[in-house]
Design a protein around this ligand. Structure first.
Ligand code: GSH
Length: 407
């Protein structure tokens, strides 16, 4: 910004990146303050919104290697407020932002850091990500018509949480053992609101099942951490089509952009993808049994928990199955450390309804997965999380979506 005219709505900007040991600058009262770093693209997202809305604000630039204590003492993240009024557009928006975090941003950094043939290969993957993103771009901007945002909260951090779960396609190799271990938990009874569920995972070559009309349809796979939880929590009538993810039927690929589950087919024929995106969409379009806290601070905390899960815990969880020997031990210790950090944000009770449900599938799998990897969950270190798990296991949605091997 140094060579350019400072926009009038930026009332103050610290001229240097402040670091540990330096005093906190005198902030102008009653003004938005953005803690930032000049070259950070994520901070730029927020600056873009501030400029788009021409909101008066001040910017405190920070040295991210030696962060000042007064900054570390502040934890809240601002809520980005630019949303289309239409719930489906909001869902599409989240998907596009998620895609950016999932594939385009990592490919961009890999491309910038590699050389020679490796760099060429990364360029291809960057282009592939951009092409996918472009598929969502209409004639103008992505979501140019942000007609009267309806005040519903949302966040980009949550969408970024999806980025942590790219590599989650594989279940442990010893699938039978794993299922057995999962089964050892409480049994499940499918809720009455599940009006149809395919008895098997349908595959390429098999005909599309006859779907009941005017009903939500969830394309799923029984052992995937897909989120049936929100449908159960809200007791929404729906039908489930389970799919073989190795040999996906063509009729499913024709409906889905990513070919992944979960995907939600709405009665009007539109298809939504991504577990976080579809869960939030259901919350926004079906107000019964609300999952968002009404308090804005609590909503921000909820987003933080979901983001922490996606960025830290879930990658650590899957890493356990990608390494062996000493690396496996280190991966387990890392997982426990991440869980401890998660625990430190858990109060005396639960996280928040949406956060509880969005992180639960991996906790359901925690003990069986650790024991399969040859470790035991250190319950003493994770006491509050264990009590939270005990409470979660009583919840109706959890009981009604629990995995069993009844297929
Ligand atoms: N970001 C997606 C990830 C979905 C995902 O990776 N699903 C896995 C099953 S657990 C899948 O469909 N894998 C098949 C594939 O990658 O082709 C979400 O949150 O829904």
């Amino acid at each position: 910004m140094s060579n350019q005219q400072q926009p009038a709505n930026i009332i103050f900007e610290s001229s240097k990146h402040l670091e540990s040991g330096e005093p906190e600058p005198q902030l102008k009262p009653n003004l938005l303050t953005l803690y930032s770093m000049r070259f950070c693209p994520f901070a730029q997202r927020t600056r873009l919104v501030l400029q788009h809305k021409q909101l008066p604000h001040q910017i405190v630039n920070l040295n991210l290697v030696r962060k000042p204590d007064w900054f570390l003492a502040k934890t809240r993240t601002p809520e980005p407020p630019l949303y289309p009024g239409d719930a489906r557009k909001r869902a599409a928006m989240r998907l596009a932002v998620g895609k950016m975090g999932d594939s385009v941003i990592p490919a961009f950094y890999r491309w910038a850091m590699r050389r020679g043939d490796e760099q060429k290969a990364e360029w291809e993957s960057l282009l592939a990500g951009l092409t996918q993103l472009q598929a969502q771009l209409g004639d103008s901007n992505f979501f140019g018509d942000c007609d009267g945002a309806n005040g519903r909260p949302d966040d980009l951090a949550l969408d970024r949480a999806a980025a942590g779960r790219r590599k989650d396609a594989g279940l442990p190799a010893a699938r039978g053992q794993y299922r057995q271990a999962l089964k050892a938990g409480t049994g499940s009874s499918r809720g009455k609101n599940v009006l149809m569920e395919t008895a098997k995972h349908l595959e390429s070559g098999e005909p599309e099942p006859q779907l009941k009309p005017n009903l939500l349809t969830l394309y799923s796979m029984r052992f995937c951490p897909a989120h049936r939880l929100v449908l159960q929590h809200k007791q929404l009538p729906h039908q489930i089509v389970n799919l073989n993810l190795v040999r996906k039927p063509d009729w499913f690929l024709a409906k889905s952009a990513s070919g992944k589950v979960p995907a939600l087919l709405e009665p009007d024929g539109s298809v939504l993808e991504d577990s976080l995106v579809t869960s939030r969409h259901l919350e926004e379009t079906h107000r019964e049994s609300a999952l968002y806290p009404s308090n804005a601070d609590k909503r921000a905390q909820m987003d933080g928990v979901i983001a922490q899960m996606g960025e830290k815990v879930i990658p650590a969880f899957y890493r356990l199955f990608g390494v062996s020997g000493d690396e496996k031990k280190a991966a387990f210790e890392q997982l426990v450390t991440e869980l401890e950090s998660m625990q430190s944000t858990l109060g005396d009770s639960n996280f928040s309804p949406m956060a509880d449900l969005m992180i639960w599938p991996w906790f359901e799998r925690l003990k069986p997965s650790c024991s399969l990897a040859g470790f035991q969950v250190p319950e003493e270190r994770l006491k509050s999380l264990m009590s939270w798990m005990g409470r979660m296991e009583q919840q109706r949605a959890v009981l009604e979506t629990r995995n069993t091997d009844e297929a």
